[in-house]
Design a protein around this ligand. Structure first.
Ligand code: HEC
Length: 168
């Protein structure tokens, strides 16, 4: 890669990072916005907190679904922009992460949904992941497209997304 190209990319990334922290405004993409779907890469991504700059809820709240005790939802810029626009279907690359916390607000794991296909395909166009550990990504409780135990509830969402929006 030439020096000028590298510089242009560096400047672009910097600009995108500045924009990403502005909640509510339209957001540009950074490399951290691409949520991996290979299970170990995804676990490493979650463990490193690479999603922490996403638009997120300001406080943990009790889950109205099956998710453990309390949750904090994070939406990547693609999903944030799509939800803000009121879309009923989200673009490829849209992703949500929830942190699951115990009664002492300690992190116990994550649940993730990533739109990997141009079409939702009844939930098979979304990758679903859940892990009930923060130290070990060996045994996720879900890591696949169209996981039926997730779709049972998520089918009723706005293109499989259930959180109230805007996030509070
Ligand atoms: C019993 C219903 C139910 C099941 C089953 C369920 N969820 Fe959820 N999920 C919810 C609800 C309700 C929300 C909205 C936030 C909240 O209240 O927890 C949610 C939120 C989420 C979010 C944040 C994005 C969004 O849709 O708002 C992700 C990511 C998620 N769930 C992943 C999963 C995965 C992965 C599975 C399967 C392993 C799963 N969920 C199974 C009810 C469910």
């Amino acid at each position: 890669m030439g020096g000028a190209t590298a510089l242009a990319i560096a400047v672009g990334v910097l600009a995108a990072q500045t924009t990403a922290s502005t909640a509510g405004a339209s957001q540009q993409a950074t490399s951290a916005d691409t949520v991996p779907t290979a299970p170990q890469a995804l676990f490493d991504y979650l463990q490193a907190g690479r999603y922490k700059s996403f638009t997120h809820e300001s406080a943990a709240h009790s889950s109205s679904g099956e998710h453990l005790v309390t949750v904090i939802a994070y939406f990547n810029p693609i999903l944030h922009n799509s939800m803000t626009a009121g879309n009923t279907a989200h673009p490829r690359g849209a992703a949500a992460i929830i942190e699951m916390l115990d009664e002492d607000d300690a992190l116990t794991g994550w649940a993730v949904s990533v739109r990997t296909h141009a079409a939702s395909l009844d939930g098979k166009g979304w990758f679903w992941y859940e892990v009930l550990s923060t130290g070990d990504g060996e045994s996720p409780t879900a890591a696949n497209w169209g996981v039926s135990s997730c779709l049972g509830c998520h089918t009723s969402g706005r293109d499989f997304v259930l959180s109230d929006y805007p996030l509070r």
